[in-house]
Design a protein around this ligand. Structure first.
Ligand code: HEC
Length: 455
């Protein structure tokens, strides 16, 4: 594998220079030699002068909030009383991660060879207008592709997908790398109504419940569809994602997924800012656009308002523009060589899917198709590069976006944060997470201190 293959796919490489995913690797499964997403902003400081903090993320298995406050966790009562996780588990990330990756009860579906921990290096800075984060972690086998469509000679079928699910079906995994940041106000988000423990002590764990995808009490799709709030008559969901128990009118073993408070009560909480901001940089579904996703966690993990960075229709709706790219789809044998380089982007290199186009058996198309984000979705710009076995992801967001689905950040204040890293082609719960508590200070001391740069 060499770098001199750069630009080999002449036409397309010229066109998609903006996504600038360069280099190639002809073998299936191997990572790209180098990846560089577009950079839509400049950092006004010098990263080499910004202090770096390395935090150790561990694999959490199915250690949900319901587990942590239940009889199976020796720390349950202290947790409820507001004792931070680190009071008992500081420095135990390696031990926790190694145990949870193959735990008899908290990991029913282990991934062979799962890393116990991922060290994440965090640098933070701010100027008069923006906050900047630089996040770095080792990724020996990075992935910049997500789920796929494959033409079997007669019809298009779904291909790719996350570990461990697709391994069991004998399908080669294809799922993107990701890093996420969860942000909340100090002691602003109680774990449940009347709780002494908040996001400040228990971090992301207060958002993780037994009812969520790939968790032990995940409801059946039919149950969700029949639910007046979640189902076809309401929010039209078919799964449960991260949420705060303060949006629920009770608690139970499943995490009270179905006990949502009244719309008026939810609106009161939302207006009081009782939600978390979530930025998700995605190697396939956001990086080629120079953005990270902007979500918020409340009664569900919602995307912010606006046109999302990607759309994933239930059938192929887009293909490559042959006039611009020289091809309509990507031959399976060139998966790594081409797919890493050519994300399919509406408005740039995608045209509406035409079933009469000259497809061959084994042709691939990306399943999620990218599109230019609008409104609040477009708030977080990002530039991710991968080189020499390591991701470096830079994020930038306005301190004050003025939007109701964002957390405003102000110099001189401290916020609670949590990070997660998705590596090795995994989805939903199978990420590595920080051990709470973890704080971010803007110009003031905290676990991660953002330093003032520029004007
Ligand atoms: C008062 C002390 C204490 C606090 C606070 C505490 N724990 Fe624990 N936790 C324990 C003890 C003791 C065990 C059992 C021994 C062990 O596995 O380390 C345990 C076990 C666990 C386990 C299972 C580990 C395994 O391998 O079986 C997880 C996961 C866990 N704790 C996570 C957390 C998280 C997350 C928090 C914060 C929300 C937390 N704990 C807060 C004391 C505590």
């Amino acid at each position: 594998m060499t770098n001199n293959t750069r630009g080999r796919i002449g036409l397309g490489a010229v066109l998609l220079v903006v996504t600038a995913i360069v280099g190639s690797c002809a073998t299936l499964g191997g990572g790209p030699p180098e990846v560089a997403g577009p950079r839509l902003f400049t950092f006004p400081g010098d990263w080499t002068k910004v202090p770096a903090k390395t935090v150790t993320l561990f694999y959490p298995g199915q250690a949900s909030w319901e587990f942590l406050v239940g009889s199976g966790h020796p720390g349950a009562e202290p947790v409820k009383a507001g004792t931070p996780c680190a009071a008992c588990h500081a420095g135990q990330q390696e031990k926790l991660g190694a145990s949870l990756a193959k735990h008899a009860t908290l990991e029913p579906d282990p991934i062979p060879g799962k890393r116990a921990t991922v060290p994440l290096t965090v640098l933070a800075a701010f100027d008069g207008q923006y906050i900047y984060l630089r996040l770095q972690w080792d990724a020996p086998d990075p992935s910049v592709t997500h789920t796929l469509w494959r033409y079997d000679g007669k019809k298009w079928v779904r291909a790719g997908g996350p570990k461990p699910d697709v391994l069991k079906k004998g399908i080669a995994p294809s799922y993107e790398d990701r890093v996420a940041v969860l942000i909340g106000d100090r002691d602003g988000i109680p774990a449940y109504d009347g709780a002494k423990v908040t996001f400040s002590q228990a971090g992301c764990f207060i958002t993780c419940h037994n009812s969520m995808r790939a968790m032990p009490k995940e409801p059946k799709q039919a149950e969700i569809k029949a639910h007046p709030y979640w189902g076809n008559a309401g929010k039209k969901r078919d799964d449960i994602r991260k949420y705060l128990l303060i949006t629920r009118a009770g608690q139970d073993e499943a995490g009270a997924w179905d006990k949502v408070k009244s719309p008026a009560e939810l609106e009161r909480l939302r207006q009081a800012g009782r939600f978390l901001d979530l930025w998700q940089w995605r190697a396939a579904r956001s990086n080629p656009l120079g953005h990270a996703g902007d979500d918020w966690v409340f009664d569900y993990r919602w995307f912010d308002k606006g046109k999302n960075l990607f759309t994933s229709p239930g059938e192929p709706k887009w293909m490559y523009d042959r006039g611009k790219m020289g091809f309509v789809a990507i031959p399976e044998a060139k998966l790594k060589e081409m797919l890493d380089k050519f994300p399919l982007i509406i408005g740039r290199n995608a045209v509406p899917f035409d079933p009469t186009a000259p497809f061959k058996e084994g042709d691939l198309l990306p399943h999620p198709v990218l599109q230019e984000p609008t409104e609040s979705v477009s708030d977080v710009m990002a530039s991710g590069t991968w080189a020499a076995g390591r991701w470096t992801v830079d994020l930038r967001r306005k301190l004050n976006t003025g939007k109701p689905d964002d957390k405003m950040l102000a110099p001189g204040k401290v916020y609670d944060i949590g990070f997660s890293v998705f590596e090795d082609r995994v989805s939903n719960r199978r990420h590595h997470v920080t051990l709470p508590p973890l704080t971010l200070g803007l110009g003031v001391d905290a676990d991660v201190k953002a330093v003032k740069v520029g004007p």
